[in-house]
Ligand binder design. Sequence first.
Ligand code: HEC
Ligand code: HEC
Length: 241
Amino acid sequence: MKRLLPILVLLVAATPARAATPQEGVVANVTQGKSLYAANCSRCHGSRGQGLRDQGPSLKDAGALAADFYVRTGYMPLDNPHSQPWRTRVLFTEQEIRSLVAYVATIGHGPAIPSPQWQTASVAAGRQLFADHCAGCHQIAIAGGVLPGARIPPLNQPTPRQIAEAVRVGPYLMPKFSTKAITPTQLNDLVAYVQYAKRPDDRGGWAIGHLGPWPEGMVTWLLAASILVATCLLIGRRLKA
Ligand code: HEC
Ligand code: HEC
């Protein structure tokens, strides 16, 4: 069983992240969005998105970008206005999400949903940007952690689009970064780095859950030990025969 463990760890590490790719061909309906908003959001954000003191902020500058991020992560609707938004099960269908997002976009003048072009961006440049702007909270290995007053999520769940959105929105205690602070090109690099860090290149060695040299040494030892045991058994059998 001990020898199986690294293999299990390997399998878990290799399982692809849940695909949250928005479906194509679904059309938003603003009227439907408005009634979903009235039922699920207005008690905190106000009947017209004006915000309610001690409940929820105004959505005048939120726009499609923030709505898409907060609803698709399951951050919203929040249970308690004083708790930190966190990933939970998304309560809405694709059609409902699009309609809600379209309705929130009519409330004010927030930015549109980004579509980061990260596939051809620079992982090395992204790593440097991540070290400068993000690693202080999320850690360079994207493992997350805690700050006084906030939990910091690991970054293996957000999709490329959600990473780009989070940088612009700055949810909860996270700062928001303007297009001057992080240009669209730099944002592509950042997304490329986070995508890379979710699954670092495993060429040239066993990944063994990316736990570092200790488990690798351990596996070598276990392999050596099992070869030894097998050899002893063989020799034993020969001696008996
Ligand atoms: C001051 C600490 C801090 C810094 C700096 C910071 N973040 Fe965050 N980040 C957070 C916190 C706290 C959350 C959780 C927000 C919430 O719960 O609403 C978060 C959430 C996120 C999320 C959503 C993750 C999820 O699955 O819920 C992403 C993506 C993200 N950050 C990326 C970044 C990137 C990229 C940078 C650098 C450009 C960055 N963050 C800088 C604290 C920080
Ligand atoms: C229990 C109260 C509550 C409910 C219900 C709620 N929200 Fe929120 N919402 C909040 C609070 C509090 C914040 C601020 C969280 C933060 O700082 O990240 C927030 C933040 C947001 C933001 C980000 C605003 C910005 O400009 O950064 C959006 C967008 C949003 N909510 C949309 C929604 C939608 C859509 C719904 C309904 C599906 C909803 N909320 C339901 C309390 C609530």
